[in-house]
Write a protein that binds this ligand. Sequence first.
Ligand code: PHE
Length: 443
Amino acid sequence: SDHKPITINQKTYRTDEWFNISPTVLSLTPRKLHLQKDHPVYITRQIIESVFPAPTFKTYNTLDPVVTTHENFDSLGFPPDHPGRAKTDTYYINSETLLRTHTSAHEAALFRAGESPGYLISADVYRRDEIDKSHYPVFHQMEGARVWSRADHGENLATAIWADVEHLPKHDMNVEDPNPAFHAERNPLQERHKEEEAAAVAAHLKKSLELMVYEIFTRVRASHAKTAEKKEKEEPLKVRWVEAYFPFTTPSWELEVFYQGDWLEVLGCGVSQQKILDDAGVPEKIGWAFGIGLERIAMLLFQIPDIRLFWSSDERFLSQFKGVSDDLTKLKPFVPFSKHPACYKDVSFWLGGTTSSAAGGNDRGVQQWHENDLMEIVREVGGDNVEDVVLTDSFQHPKTGKRSLCYRINYRSLERTLRNEEANELHEKVRGLLVERLGVELR
Ligand code: PHE
């Protein structure tokens, strides 16, 4: 077969029939925006790091994006049939090697290293996804964790953790936390945890993350105040805790912030599953972990309207953040440069096969339709010249049972006006590849 080896960050890997990483995505692996001084992703990382200082938290900012399926999924308790493992959702190098989909892939290794009671990871992560102003196949996450050892505290473990909770700084946010700390079905306590211990860990987790959000949103407000016409009297910041599910924590929560009239989900977190700590060789430890996406926060901090801008080398973008890394009080909103005209092109087609079974029981030879495969083709052809792709029509033919879809692709560059012929050329390529790779029938 023609599976050529590939090299990522100076290391070479064998590929097999699982390989599905486009050249564009591969070309982004060396960028590491979180390490580029004065880049908004770097500045956002700096702000969050300031809330979790050394020596309690050790920072890891250069962990390799190539991990095993074991690290990314199995070690964290993802079941074998979890949808996140699908080729349509994840970038694979080969059947057992992939580009990490989240920073949690490093949890086990860092719990094992155990160099300090806490750690913070910042890294690029990779996901096949839709195309719009807030999704990009590469983005950045921060993971944080903090543990306490039973061996150090014995019967006084809960008391020791509560003492640490007491030492955390205060904030004046309005916090809604309507659910009980544990819920037998929805958000269970772990078998090996005493309720008072897990409750203390949860309290430390919530308080720490509230402080992080307080730090971020206080800066968001200060920055917006610099351009706001008249300063309105500021309401206290409002956040709420929502029950959640992750295979590697229980109980688990998401933290939401009330921002411009909407509840905005900012992070996921929970009490680490004891199984991960056991496997990491530290069964005597108990603790928490969280994960947060940096672009999302950076878009709020700097009022950045389109996620593609982060990858731009346009000085009209980058120059606006110069000097902020060294002096966070210089933080101010991004001033967008003028928008170039949009160029909409539609593509409609019949899907191959007769019916599409959602359960995935596809006939051999008939490819199962997944929208992300279309998105990948559009990204491969159009790169950053596509602003978004939306499904505008979908219906099933009453007699043949065939499904017809229509997508509207918005070709618009952030940096220049695209000529109509250019957009047509890109669109023709997209149409060709849809037929060639996905077996659709153009209408
Ligand atoms: N890894 C999770 C995600 O990407 C976030 C998370 C991290 C949740 C750590 C709980 C604990 O969605």
